[in-house]
Design a protein around this ligand. Sequence first.
Ligand SMILES: [Zn+2]
Length: 442
Amino acid sequence: MKTLLKNGISFYPPTYEVKPIHILIEDDEIINVSEHPMEELLTDMIVYDLKGNLIVPGFLDCHTHLAQSFGRGIYDNLHLTQWLVAMSMHFDQLTEEEAYKATYLGCIEALKSGTTTVAEMATAGPHLDACIQAIADSGLRADVCTAIGDFQEGENPAPELSTSQTLDVMRNLYKKWHGTYGGRITVRVSPVGLPACTEELMRGSRDLANELGVGIHTHCSEGETETQNAYERFNCSEVEALERFGILGPDCQLVHDIWLTEHDKQLIAEYDCSVVTCPSTNTKITDGMPPMPDLYKLGVNIAIGCDGEASSGSYDMLQEARLVSLLGKVRTMEADMFPAEKVFEMLTVNGRKSIGFNTKVGEIKAGFKADLTVIEYPTPHMIDERRLLSNLIFSATGTDVLSVFVDGKPVLWQRELLHIDEEKIVADILAVMRKADHLLIK
Ligand SMILES: [Zn+2]
């Protein structure tokens, strides 16, 4: 089946000049991209008229906990250390229905703000499958994992499973979900982070990732206290310990990366790890100021994540992108740090590299998956096409997104979710939330 998206405009890298664009799709793949109309050449195809709106690659949110939708607004004024305890109690109490619906709510928000791929570290306790099922049902592309740990972190509840049982959870997740939904759902290995893991689990995670041929996703050096605690356990920094345990490598996503030493930064660059920065979380729960400019100057691949809504407040990647740039500028006092085109790359191609997909996403090119986001243009805050990339990063938000395609199919069209009864889902979820007073931990 062929699909034509006609009469759009888009950025043409490397100059990012804005020009007309027509995109021909066969099944789930882009097969032709042109500045010139193609319609008259073809028959038997579905045509979507973009009517002059802006079309870009769908955004890759490289670190989420989508089930945290229920936690939004509950833990607004907690520092990370207290927040971690509150959230772990929250998730222990989610029912299967709540886990599914909370995740689904997050998916709706992600899709409606232009995200087509998430790297989901599922944190829904025993209801892991419900969480992933919700993502699959929503239409998002997802590289999923689950937060595994075998060491009691601070005041958090003690882990219930042994190290080998914890690794079995990960292995079973892979067996059940990897490559499902036509390859739209993939799985990677995810020790939650060194403060909640033993050396044995870290080494086991690397062995498992190598055995399964997938990458590793882990939190790294997020909180000052947690980083210090890890130092006392291992007598070295988190990154140095991760190197010792074999975790670092080009297939490794290190999320947050705040309390890094200069040696840590060098190691991340030398091992060609990707970092995923989550600036709303880092500021809102006072993790600290992420040193992304230092890593950028060392050539490290930087992608962006919304993290969970209970800590960030939103799954809107454009809000995160803007904050990445602003924090980079003020941290360095260099006004040209993280210009719009660099942040746009973080939203798209850097995200793909970070996840290490064999799947080609993040660019509008023949041979790539047709994962695409349409943004309303012109609007009062996006008028001049010569400044459109800057306007997208510094002026737009997710509410400017009109339509979203995943695998060549419209999931959102003209702000309407096509295969989801949004009104019913929101009403259902609201009813569940109102019954869920037990989640409102003070
Ligand atoms: Zn996280």
